[in-house]
Ligand binder design. Structure first.
Ligand code: 5GP
Ligand code: MN
Length: 341
């Protein structure tokens, strides 16, 4: 992937002397947000910077094995205000895997309150909203982790990619590409994966740690969701599923247990678009996936105050589950009338 050499030089200059750096990722952090943040932290710490990683809320249990993930400050649980202090004192704040400070909720608001630190963006979502001092925004990158790999190698060479960094980056690449099944699988990506593999990382083990480490409750919730809750529209071209808090409790739900469910309807040959509505405290989380030309980034922006990528996006709904579903059905029909699905 060709990244902007001038931006690389700007970042190199910014990091030429020891800095106080905070790395921030998005709410409901996924493997890409965590892997790319930790890899960056690992390299910058080794180069003498004081680095703090912070995330708005906790991440799923099946990602807790990622090397050094235990050092991340979870803003929602941060009773001692370590993140507030680190952000207030930071010279450099780097946002990874998010295109707007609003994607980090109250942690993003805290970042916005430090108006003197240099702000850096390293991200692959469409349409970043804030102005950053140094921006690496590459929506064509299949993951932020692959972009992070490219930035790190451009800055400091292959040598900085040790086995820990390679493991962290591989998690991000693997999860955001659906284990190398989604779009933007370029020769450069596989060259990067070859370099990660050359460090001796255990690829089957990483796969097992993430995808074969769920609870029994999660397996049963998955069966229930597909069997009982999946509904289809437009003659089977569009699907949606929903989970209420009561249903989640029934299957001993833990954060992250429904991650990936939204992809499953797309295993049906004629399916073009899928949605998952999950009850959270105070709102409903909307997850959207699509195939080919059907653009769920636009759909999420228009109808659910969200965004993301063309084939994977999300948003929020602040009305009841019934109203959210009714709004979805109405929106799908409008999208269909415009020939967009
Ligand atoms: P997921 O369905 O896995 O939560 O999210 C899919 C994609 O949409 C991710 O790239 C994520 O960053 C983005 N996304 C999810 N929720 C939101 C949201 O509320 N707002 C925006 N702008 N993007 C979102
Ligand atoms: Mn990502």
């Amino acid at each position: 992937m060709n990244i902007d050499k001038e931006r690389v030089e700007e970042l190199r200059n910014l990091l030429a002397e020891p800095r106080k750096i905070v790395i921030v990722g998005h709410t409901n952090p996924d493997g890409d947000a965590i892997g790319s943040s930790l890899a960056l932290a690992e390299v910058l710490t080794a180069r003498g910077h004081a680095v703090t990683c912070a995330l708005p809320n906790n991440y799923p249990y099946y990602l807790r094995w990622i090397p050094n993930s235990e050092g991340i400050i979870i803003y929602r649980n941060d009773k001692e205000h370590r993140a507030d202090k680190a952000i207030a004192e930071a010279d450099v704040i780097i946002c990874a895997d998010m295109n707007s400070l609003t994607r980090a909720d109250d942690l993003g608001a805290m970042v916005a309150s430090n108006t003197t630190a240099k702000r850096v963006l390293i991200d692959h979502h469409l349409f970043p909203t804030e102005v950053f001092d140094i921006m690496f925004s590459y929506p064509e990158s299949s993951s932020t982790a692959f972009l992070m790999y490219t930035v790190l190698v451009a800055l400091y060479g292959e040598e900085v990619i040790n086995q820990t960094v390679a493991t962290q980056l591989y998690v991000g690449i693997m999860t955001d590409t659906g284990n190398f099944a989604f779009s933007n699988l370029t020769p450069d990506l596989f060259r990067a994966v070859a370099a990660l593999s050359a460090t001796g990382i255990d690829i089957p083990q990483i796969y097992n740690n993430v995808y074969n480490s769920f609870t029994e409750g999660r397996a049963r919730l998955f069966g229930y969701t597909i069997n009982r809750k999946m509904k289809t529209l437009l003659g089977g071209k569009v699907a949606y599923m929903s989970l209420t808090e009561e249903e989640m409790r029934r299957f001993w739900f833990q954060q992250g247990d429904n991650e990936g469910f939204v992809n499953y309807p797309l295993s049906i040959k004629k399916m073009k678009m899928s949605a998952m509505f999950t009850a959270q405290q105070g709102f409903i989380r909307v997850s959207l996936r699509s195939r080919g030309d059907v653009d769920v980034d636009t759909f999420a922006r228009r109808y659910f105050n969200g965004g993301g990528h063309k084939n994977a996006a999300g948003g929020k709904s602040f009305v009841s589950m019934e109203e959210t579903i009714a709004h979805y059905i109405e929106s799908v029909n409008k999208y269909h009338e415009e020939g967009l699905v």
